[in-house]
Design a protein around this ligand. Sequence first.
Ligand code: AMP
Ligand code: MG
Length: 526
Amino acid sequence: MNPWSIHIDDSFSRQLPADPILENHVRQVPHASYSFVTPKAPENPSLIAFNHALAEEMGISDGTTLPEDALSYLSGQQVYPETHSYAMRYAGHQFGNWAGQLGDGRAINLMEITHDQRRYQLQLKGAGPTPYSRRADGFAVLRSSIREYLCSEAMHALGVPTTRALSLVLSGDQVLRDMLYDGNAAYEPGAILCRVAPSFLRFGNYQVHAANNEKEILQKLVDYTIKYFYPEIQSTGKDAVLELLRTVMLRTADMIVHWQRVGFVHGVMNTDNMSILGLTIDYGPYGWLDNYDPDWTPNTTDRQNRRYRYGQQPYIGQWNLAQLANAFYPLVEEQQPFIDILNEYREYFQMQLDAMMRAKLGWQIEQKADSDLIMRLERLLPQTEVDMTIFFRELAQYEKAKTYRDEELLDPIASAFYDMSTVTDDIRSQWITWLRDYLQRTQQEEISDADRAKAMHQVNPKYVLRNYMAQMAIDDAEKGNYTLFHELEELLKRPYNEQSDYQKWYAKRPDWARSKVGCSMLSCSS
Ligand code: AMP
Ligand code: MG
């Protein structure tokens, strides 16, 4: 029985040790990498969205028709024939503190499909409790599931490594949530997302075995990771472990450089939310920069320390890698090579960040003085509210050969300023100086203005999922209207294109969204 005619290859559950207990109750699970668990069947599920393009890529549909019994499998009503669903055991550091065993509290892995030499793990999020649900219910609400669906697909289209979204199902059941943790709990519609990635392994999966002295399982997991996801690593023994760490280090750095490029703030960079494949994973209280502000975080739980603010993400990447290094340590038992890899992160990150910023600024050649000009811009941007997306997009308008008078020098980027009246004479003169230096530097580029603009438009998106846009789609969806959800889904498939029909989404955050819940303030409650 194989209704979708797919090739199933459940490598993880086959190769790693299972929890022998099959009963689904909350517990500490020793000496295992996962626990078998069946999704809780929703009463009356309905399909909100199905990602036909992804389904076709995975070989489960022709790109237009829904696979047989899709709703039933994607809602958790039925487990696909001859597969065994399970929740992974992992641990993690949350907000800098060791939190012990966490695990898939509301994620259930369905199966691994291989197609065209690629591996796709299907995972339901919000399909009911697991042994790792701790004090929570295992469900997810519609608002957070919409946010994950839209954002993970938007990130994919932006070229940012990410988990994907295959489907979104309204469960038909109500879920109780205290959204702002202020004692005002209310029922909200429940939803189930099916997400897809080659693997959902996180730093925390390695941490849990290291912390519990399960060295043998740890080694098995490392070997498994290399065999299936980093086959380019040819060395063996300790060298292989170190090479894995170094490769994960490079991938993590690349991912965060992308986040900085598009203005994405993850919001909860705990080690259990760091993918071993360098994918953006676990879309919770994430947000997008409207005005460029390195101190901004959308996560209300993190408002005090701002540990996970935009400007801090590169450092947290390194901190998290240090925790992964600690987890790998028992397999190597030598400090220096780990220290070297973590130090290399700094250098590599800076190099990639500079290259990314040069691309955003439209420079193809590399000059020594570039870093200084970039640093000055990063200091200037937050002095008044300047929209990050619009600023970089409009910057492409400057013409190399044109002589600008001081009064007109800011004109091409004027639409990025939230309130020109807050631009003091001093700030204006700093902008004029910077723009003059920018133009002078840009004149040294050989490519034409048109070619430069084209290249800039491929790294500076025109459309991102601004926080208020997602919230508008959620407000409508909670009333049963998914039109805006689908409109945003379409829009964000081509974030670098002009898309004249959707011009209205190329706009600064409206004033009403400045401090609205869901738009600039998000909690972990989901
Ligand atoms: P997160 O902050 O979403 O990365 O979640 C941290 C941990 O809490 C993970 O182990 C999740 O599986 C778990 N968790 C979050 N929400 C729920 C929920 N509604 N039910 C069960 N576990 C949850
Ligand atoms: Mg998580």
